[in-house]
Design a protein around this ligand. Structure first.
Ligand code: TRP
Length: 448
């Protein structure tokens, strides 16, 4: 019998799947967001909660998403519906995929703004504008960028176009090519930066900040941020991993593959933190400075190290690429859905979604200047989209996926797809049926 595959194509091998899924997972979430939310939430104890969430909630849910996609071999909505039907359940489970598409568009719109900052810093590194900045100057440079809507718009537009370009080319020519070279390169550059951070006197201060677990600093809202971020950083809760799973070869074991992806993603986040915090402490900056943390600290570090301009340039290029391989995955589920359901060409679908993201992105960039007085629930539009997606929509999407995989899908099917040991399967099953849903429910309730 011929193996069922997706009409959109499939990854050349298990290794390519790992690269692509890691490309999706590793992004601004690891290098930009993780350090700044760690800073805002007091360090160590927050990091510990985040690690626990990755291990006990994130990994099992990623396994669920990948197997649903691979079994359905279609876009997330249709895969959910087909897998539900096969187990004699209602097609209403497809709603998880529908909500997920909106979540993806919302995330992409603010993601693209931050990616635009990165593009701006690539240029600034190349032209030497940032050479030898003091921390106050680095601070002022970043603030000046935020105050300039036309520059932000230019970079945002460029980033949306770059993403549309890759998604329009499709799975093999687009997504696959983009991740194969970039991921290893990013890793090497991070290690260079880590080497520099370790050579500074403040390395131990950075280390202690991240790994001394002081639970008195931990609040329930910090726990929610850690939980939400575990979904965000692993690209869970909106169908990305279902879409990527649908292109995965059948032979590969989902269990070990997902663990590899989770481990790589976590490693990149921790290393990014260890690169940034020493610089923060060495220069008397505030770890709780918020979204600008990376942009205000790293230029100072690059200014002080040998070949700093070159390394700085390369570093921002790679962060840009990491963001790019992630933004692709924010669009892919929706584009696959439009192509398969509505029989619209991939290029048309990609441009249409790109346009919506572009428009919504303008409201996000305006949050820092001409629209800063517009607020939703006390947050500007940028912060609102970030908060609502990461801390509410992704966890909810993830939980319904877990409930679906654990309770609705027949055990026979999930066991067959995951192909892991009996013991691991039992653990997975308990996690998606009980542990993950209850954990998220508790964190939600305590935040109300
Ligand atoms: N995981 C990516 C990051 O950390 C962002 C991302 C890509 C994402 N696809 C996603 C987040 C799907 C949530 C859902 O930067």
């Amino acid at each position: 019998m011929q193996e069922k595959t997706s009409s959109q194509g499939s990854w050349a091998s298990r290794w390519v799947f790992i690269m692509a899924a890691t490309g999706s997972a590793v992004g601004l979430g690891n290098i930009w967001k993780f350090p700044y939310i760690t800073g805002e939430n007091g360090g160590g104890a927050f990091v510990l909660v985040y690690l626990v969430c990755i291990l006990f909630v994130g990994i099992p849910i990623m396994m669920a998403e990948v197997f649903i996609g691979r079994r359905g071999r279609k876009n997330p909505v249709d895969s959910l519906e087909d897998v539900a039907e096969e187990s004699g359940q209602t097609k209403a489970w497809g709603l998880i995929g529908i909500v997920g598409m909106f979540t993806g568009i919302m995330i992409f719109s603010f993601y693209s703004i931050v990616a635009g900052w990165v593009l701006n810093y690539i240029k600034a590194m190349a032209t030497g504008e940032l050479a030898g900045l003091t921390s106050d100057q680095a601070n002022a440079t970043f603030k000046a960028l935020l105050a300039d809507p036309m520059t932000l718009l230019g970079w945002h537009t460029l980033f949306v176009v770059m993403t549309v370009f890759v998604v329009a080319r499709g799975v093999n020519k687009g997504l696959e090519m983009a991740t194969r070279i970039m991921m290893p390169a990013l890793f090497i550059l991070l290690l260079v930066l880590l080497g520099y951070a370790m050579s500074t006197k403040s390395f131990s201060a950075g280390w202690h900040f991240m790994f001394d677990f002081d639970f008195s600093k931990l609040s329930w809202s910090a726990v929610l941020v850690a939980l939400g971020h575990s979904f965000f950083t692993l690209s869970l809760g909106m169908g990305t991993m279902m879409a990527y799973g649908s292109y995965m070869p059948k032979k590969a074991s989902i269990g070990s593959t997902v663990i590899a992806i989770g481990a790589l993603d976590t490693l990149v986040a921790l290393v990014a933190g260890l690169c940034i915090f020493p610089v923060i402490f060495a220069n008397g900056m505030d770890p709780a400075a918020g979204p600008g943390l990376m942009f205000m600290s790293l230029p100072v570090a690059f200014g002080q190290m040998p070949f700093g301009q070159l390394f700085g340039f390369l570093f921002f290029v790679l962060v840009g690429i990491a963001a790019w391989t992630s933004s692709i995955s924010l669009m892919e589920p929706t584009v696959a859905f439009i192509v398969e359901r509505m029989k619209i060409k991939r290029i048309t679908a990609s441009i249409a979604i790109g346009f919506i993201v572009w428009l919504l992105g303008i409201a996000c960039l305006g949050s820092f200047n001409f629209m800063s007085n517009i607020t939703l629930f006390g947050k500007n539009i940028f912060d609102f989209l970030d908060y609502a997606t990461a801390n509410i929509m992704l966890p909810l999407g993830g939980i319904f996926t877990a409930l679906f995989a654990g309770w609705a899908v027949k055990s026979k099917f999930s066991e067959e797809e995951l192909s892991v040991s009996k013991l691991f399967f039992s653990y997975w099953k308990i996690s998606v049926m009980v542990i993950s849903p209850i954990a998220v429910a508790i964190v939600f309730v305590l935040n109300l």
